[in-house]
Design a protein around this ligand. Structure first.
Ligand code: ATP
Ligand code: MG
Length: 399
């Protein structure tokens, strides 16, 4: 069966009451944005509380479906046969042909669920169900009716036209990006932070990102890897502005001045402070990290408390209670895993202490940081001012 139209059912938007249309419109905008990358012109139509995607004459169904499966807010995608309104007799024939085309000779159980939105149609929905059920049974000897647990639900909607559909392709769920404000993701080259960005975007949050590098200790390749990761996340999250911050001077200063077992914590605190500066510039309402309790010394609850202390904005940590393996699974689904495991150096691994503290004390950390005063402020300013901002996945303003 070659389809020209796809019916989109949305996830939680249905619960939004009076604001529902805002969410629907965002979803439509996000679908349009995603489809712009495909060849040909797709028409996205909002009609009767439904969203339809009309494909061009020539298109690749697999590409279309994969694209829609990256648009948050979509619960399911239904390829629809959309026909002109016809009388019940003609409809029987069309529905039987449709079912034959989709299911062929294989045995299956089904039921018909019809909806008569056009009250002028000559049959009631119960009658339509019966008529069409019978038509399918007659045309397909291997079909059996099961009203309780059917394998196939044949849906027929009598509206301005008639929609016939029975296939259901899962969408990614979540909320349309742009319905929940913006956040600043601390994006490294690891496995966790791209997953964290993806997860927060799935709740409708737009993201920008900050990446700290330490040239010449970290290479241009390491930076490209992070931009590549941002691009993968942007396939779901939409355009992302990545602020690439030169962290070398700050790291060296910390390294030369502070106790080595505290390096990672102090470095993280500066990362947070700088990320907040970019959050302020970009109108982000929170920070996002890929931290997970107990994963490494800098992510014990003691360490997280110390890192968190410098932040005024809320810090969202979507993978905080996830095992590494769970995160890896999501990274594989998202498509970031293969890039994340490429072995490029990260700024954190270069200046890392052999035995980092796992129970840092806030007063000790503050005392060590006091040693940086007088010099570090200018370095932070310089890092913010000289950051390079790179858009990936397009530009948001084009939306
Ligand atoms: P991994 O998968 O190796 O754990 P990670 O990205 O989680 O990678 P961690 O060293 O565990 O790296 O760092 C914890 C969090 O701190 C990251 O998830 C990320 O949000 C932030 N972070 C670490 N290093 C950087 C960096 N160089 N630039 C931006 N954010 C960083
Ligand atoms: Mg990690």
């Amino acid at each position: 069966m070659r389809y020209q139209t796809y019916l989109i059912k949305y996830a939680e938007i249905g619960t939004k009451g009076k604001n529902k249309y805002v969410f629907e419109d965002k979803l439509v905008a996000q679908i349009r944005r995603a489809l712009r990358r495909l060849l040909g012109t797709y028409d996205v139509e909002k009609r009767d509380g439904r969203i339809y995607v009309h494909a061009p004459e020539e298109y690749e169904p697999q590409d279309l479906i994969e694209t829609l499966q990256r648009v948050f807010g979509i619960w399911s995608i239904h390829p629809v046969l959309r026909i002109e309104k016809t009388d019940p007799q003609e409809l029987r024939g069309q529905v039987a042909d449709y079912m034959k085309d989709v299911y062929g000779d294989r045995p299956f159980t089904f039921k018909v669920r019809s909806k008569r939105a056009d009250k002028g149609y000559p049959l009631h929905s119960d009658e339509i169900n019966r008529e069409l059920g019978e038509a399918v049974l007659t045309a397909l000897p291997n079909a059996r009716v099961d009203v309780h647990t059917p394998e196939v639900v044949l849906q027929v909607e009598i509206r301005d036209k008639i929609n016939i559909f029975s296939e259901k392709i899962p969408g990614p769920g979540g909320m349309p990006v742009g319905t929940a404000g913006r956040a600043m993701l601390l994006l490294s080259g690891g496995i966790d932070s791209p997953v964290a960005g993806y997860m927060i975007a799935r709740r409708g949050v737009e993201i920008d990102a900050v990446y700290f590098h330490a040239p010449p200790y970290t290479s241009e390749r390491a930076k490209d890897k992070v931009l590549e990761l941002a691009k993968i996340v942007s396939r779901y999250a939409g355009p992302i502005c990545v602020h690439v911050v030169n962290f070398t001077k700050i790291q060296l200063e910390i390294y030369q001045t502070c106790p080595h077992d505290e390096l990672t914590i102090i470095m993280r605190r500066y990362m947070m402070r700088i990320a907040e500066r970019f959050a302020g510039q970009d109108g982000a309402l929170g920070l996002v990290t890929g931290e997970s309790i107990g994963q490494v010394a800098s992510q014990t609850m003691y360490s997280l408390q110390c890192t968190n202390e410098v932040c005024k904005l809320p810090v969202y940590r979507p993978v905080i209670a996830f095992d590494k393996e769970d995160i890896v699974q999501i990274a594989k689904k998202l498509g970031s895993y293969e890039v994340s495991i490429q072995p490029y150096e990260d700024c954190c691994t270069i200046f890392v202490a052999e035995h980092p503290v796992t129970k840092p004390r806030l007063d000790a950390i503050r005392r060590s940081e006091a040693l940086l005063e007088g010099k570090i402020e200018a370095m932070v300013e310089e890092a913010v001012e000289t950051a390079e901002s790179v858009w990936v996945g397009g530009r948001r303003s084009a939306d």
